[in-house]
Design a protein around this ligand. Structure first.
Ligand code: 6LW
Length: 500
């Protein structure tokens, strides 16, 4: 199906999907993102138009590919992949900062399975990039910015790793390099200024892949620092050509809400922006929430249904757990049409918790789950990390809301509830801060549905405490299901966006 639109909506992949890396194979585009402490890791998307992206899997969906020790911190784990297609194969290089360092994976089918990890013990630094030159030398470029030729089949380095550029003098954190041969030059695109409000995209070029690199006089080629723009922290870009030969960038940005200093709750999201070339340098076009559509037919893929009935043997690719997912603790095979969760840790405070969730992708949304606590306790959670989460939890005959904000934790409200299965509900509503500089970005309402009808709200909590500005780190909210004692059975889970 195709449609002709005059605008498209940014972000093109909403919710916590940072550090996008994109590659094109004929008419198909593929995009991968960072995933930090979540398993499976490295979400992979497909598109025919650069605007509509469908999740086709996760690159790291087996324990031999993704090892996240229980003592690895949230926002550790998997940083910043680069996805490329070369010589008939897909290549993905990424860093596991929680132990395994830089790792390479390869496949002929991006939907999987991907290979086991090829280790790169002698490639130092995060944000590795891959680029092949005319002699088929594979150049691996990392944050810093440093570079080393490698054999991608073995992971061995083929020379010393050396500094090739330091970015703009005075700017911190030159990172996220991507190297491309475009026309007469090799272009080195980087992010600098840090991944917060000063984030930016800069570029340098050279006649050869290993330099010397000449910085663009107009750097940064894209930044929203110091502006009122609703999309902030823009950086970490990757270049790609559209179906008509035009150039585009995917990049990360955030949408802060509330008063001052602004809180973003959905993590760093993936945006799309057009690129022009002037005097041999890339010039980014306007990045806006409603942007002029590209001049080719848009081709939406299948939408993710609101309801997950757990009728399949395997969970859909958008479900993620924390650090690992032992199959015996999270299964649809035990009771047909039900997801059974068996508790490991006693709460979301613990690194080893039985949790399975989906990224919150819309500023306003409603999540409902039909959960049977007759064999244990569990519920719905909005999770930022171990120290920042709100939960609504069912035990036989009781529902309670708990909040964890940094070192503070406690039951906020509890209520008798009918014995047996209960429908738990969380609703997130953005707040219009107006002139109230202290206003939070949204409210999170938690409760359950009365069998006779109506929502019993137990608590309505300020969403700022589940934001990156409060919790720190690199992720965003994930909303999902957990078990805290015994086991719980879930009949269905709805994630319903309320607006775009
Ligand atoms: C990533 C770095 C960054 O490795 O944040 O925004 C780090 N940029 O390039 C974690 O995503």
């Amino acid at each position: 199906m195709s449609e002709t639109n005059t605008t498209f909506h940014n972000p093109v992949i909403p919710g916590f999907h940072p550090d996008p890396s994109v590659c094109r194979v004929g008419e198909d585009y593929y995009l991968a993102c960072s995933s930090f402490e979540y398993f499976p890791g490295v979400p992979l998307f497909h598109s025919r138009d650069l605007v509509h992206w469908t999740r086709i899997g996760n690159v790291l969906d087996r324990p031999d590919q993704l090892r996240l020790p229980l003592d690895s911190p949230s926002s550790g784990g998997i940083y910043a992949p680069t996805l490329r297609h070369h010589d008939g194969r897909f290549w993905l290089i990424v860093t596991n900062v929680s132990g395994d360092g830089n790792l390479l994976f390869t496949t002929t089918d991006p939907a999987g399975p991907w290979s086991g990890p090829i280790r790169l013990p002698d490639v130092h630094g995060i944000d590795p990039d891959l680029a092949w030159d005319e002699d088929d030398t594979c150049w691996c470029t990392t944050a810093g910015v440093a570079q080393v030729p490698i054999d991608p089949h073995t992971g061995r380095t083929l020379g010393p790793q050396r500094r090739i550029w330091s970015g703009t003098p005075g700017a911190k954190a030159p990172e996220a390099p991507h190297l491309y041969r475009i026309g007469e030059y090799w272009y080195l695109l980087i992010a600098e200024g840090g991944t917060e409000r000063c984030h930016s995209v800069s570029v340098a070029r050279s006649r050869t892949p290993d330099g010397p690199f000449e910085p663009c006089p107009a750097n940064p080629v894209l930044t929203h620092r110091g502006t009122e723009h609703p999309i902030q922290n823009t950086g970490h870009a990757d270049l790609v050509q559209g179906p008509d030969g035009s150039w585009w960038m995917v990049l990360l940005g955030v949408r802060p809400g509330g008063g001052s200093p602004g809180w973003h709750v959905l993590g760093r999201e993936t945006f799309l922006v057009p690129v022009d070339w002037v005097d041999g340098w890339p010039v980014a076009g306007a990045l806006s929430p409603e942007a002029p559509a590209p001049p080719w037919p848009l081709r939406p893929g299948p939408a993710v249904p609101v309801r997950d009935d757990f009728d399949e043997n395997e969970l859909a690719a958008h479900w993620v757990s924390v650090r690992h997912r032992p199959p015996e603790d999270c299964t649809t095979k035990e009771r047909p049409g039900r997801l059974t969760l068996r508790a490991r840790g006693g709460s979301l405070d613990e690194p080893d918790v039985t949790f399975v969730g989906r990224r919150q992708q819309h500023p306003a949304c409603r999540v409902r789950a039909h959960l049977d606590p007759s064999r244990g306790e569990g519920g719905l959670a909005v999770r930022l990390d171990e120290s920042h989460h709100y939960t609504v939890e069912a035990a036989p005959g009781q529902v309670r809301v708990r909040a964890r904000i940094g070192p503070l934790t406690g039951v906020v409200a509890s209520r008798e509830a009918p014995a047996g299965p209960v429908v738990l509900r969380i609703e997130v509503t953005p707040v219009d801060a107006g002139y109230d500089a202290r206003s939070g970005p949204d409210t999170v309402s938690l409760g359950f549905e009365n069998p006779e009808g109506g929502f019993v709200e137990l608590a309505s909590l300020d969403g700022r405490y589940l934001s990156t500005e409060v919790a720190g780190g690199f992720t965003g909210r994930v909303i999902g299901l957990f078990a805290s004692a015994g086991s719980v059975d879930i009949d269905w889970y709805d994630y319903e966006p309320l607006g775009s």
